[in-house]
Design a protein around this ligand. Structure first.
Ligand code: HEC
Length: 374
């Protein structure tokens, strides 16, 4: 699998070296012509939001982000060693936001300082620079990228299907699911977005009221800020509810099977897909699956014992430094530390970016209620 991927990346380089470029076509920025007529089809400023936590991005940004790296694999600066699965160093397309709300990240507390005029070393400004740099990368590779995506060589084959983050995104326009990058509609969204110079949402804040959800928030400098969208349905503080709404959709990608798979479980919340294969290191330290690799029906109940009173794996950076879940002690549980981004070893979880803290509060509540296998 890995060599196939490597070949694809070489192909990507080869086609650019040969100057094999194709016109990106017209740019439809906001759905209207200068004289106010409506342009059909996707617009680069169309917004989508992640179903689990309302995180906003432009639709093209969301498709590229969730399929090409999502901060943790392949074309992401955070991806190291085997998790890069062949994507060349520096070829990073990580377009994740420079700031989410301050409950997720204290360095995002208001007022945020300007990044112009010598204030460039705050965590926010460092992340903003990373986003600008990666946007520059994707703009430089735009013609090649759309060609690769259309011909199906990027994301690359089975491996490319495996590693993507499958958490659904919804479109602001009608709350329908954002089409996949494999579909004609998804490719048209990416093409148009690339043709418009790959604009990015740089930052989000929690919407102060429902009618402001996904509306613009105040910019610092001239980056784009968009208020977060609605949170998905919150799970009950039971392991089965938490498993299906958080662990299976956000964690099994890395803490699951070494390959993406098709599920026999009719109640699979990801439409029959079993995510997997995004991180060999993640799977080595924690396996959140069950015995039957082709049927996830029992995975919630069976994965529970991988967490409860289990010491951090000797295979990872947290060896000897904590217990994953300590019943009735959420604050002392390494899993909660990582889900709040306050861990003393390894990275925050998910590595792809923290999920909304109201969701983590529910996981903490389940632990404080005794962390039953319920
Ligand atoms: C993109 C890949 C990725 C995703 C998604 C991810 N993890 Fe991880 N996880 C890792 C890797 C790699 C490690 C080992 C390095 C470390 O501890 O940072 C790890 C380590 C952990 C550990 C420590 C295990 C040990 O024994 O040391 C816990 C707990 C954990 N993850 C929980 C989660 C939870 C909960 C989620 C979902 C909310 C999640 N992870 C999502 C990659 C991921």
């Amino acid at each position: 699998m890995r060599s196939g991927l490597f070949a694809c990346c070489l192909l990507l380089f080869a086609s650019s070296a040969l100057g094999c470029k194709r016109d990106l076509g017209e740019c439809n920025l906001d759905g209207t012509t200068p004289d106010g007529r409506e342009i059909p089809g996707p617009a680069a400023f169309d917004i989508a939001y992640r179903i689990t936590d309302g995180l906003p991005m432009y639709e093209g940004q969301a498709l590229v982000q969730s399929t090409c790296g999502d901060g943790a694999f392949c074309h992401a600066p955070g991806a190291r060693g085997s998790d890069r699965i062949g994507a060349p160093a520096q070829l990073d397309f990580d377009l994740s936001l420079a700031c989410t709300d301050e409950t997720n990240d204290a360095t995002c507390a208001q007022p945020l300082q300007s990044c112009e005029g010598g204030q460039a070393d705050t965590p926010y400004c460092v992340r903003l620079r990373r986003q600008h740099g990666n946007r520059g990368n994707i703009r430089g590779w735009a013609e090649v990228a759309i060609q690769e995506i259309r011909s199906g060589t990027m994301p690359p084959g089975d491996a490319g299907r495996n590693v993507r983050n499958r958490t659904p995104w919804l479109r602001k326009s009608d709350a329908s699911e954002l089409p996949s990058i494999d579909s004609g509609d998804g490719q048209e969204i990416v093409r148009n977005w690339l043709a418009c110079g790959s604009p990015v949402v740089a930052r989000t804040e929690t919407a102060p009221s429902e009618d402001l959800q996904l509306e613009p928030c105040t910019s610092v400098d001239d980056e784009t800020c968009v208020y977060s969208g609605p949170l998905g349905d919150l799970p009950d503080p039971t392991w089965s509810d938490i498993y299906w709404s958080i662990a299976f959709t956000q964690c099994v990608l890395c803490h699951g099977p070494s390959n993406d798979n098709v599920d026999q479980n009719p109640n699979n919340p990801l439409g029959g897909d079993i995510p997997g294969g995004a991180s060999a290191d993640g799977l080595a330290v924690l396996d959140l699956t069950g015995a039957d690799v082709n049927d996830t029906s029992a995975w919630a109940a069976e994965s529970w014992s991988a967490l409860i009173n289990v010491s951090a794996s000797t295979a990872g950076p947290c060896a000897g430094q904590g217990i994953l879940v300590i019943p009735s002690d959420s604050e002392g549980s390494l899993m909660i530390e990582k889900m709040r981004g306050v861990q003393s070893c390894g990275g925050p979880m998910p590595l792809t970016g923290l999920i909304a803290q109201p969701l983590v509060d529910i996981v903490a509540e389940w632990i404080d209620l005794g962390a039953a296998n319920d």
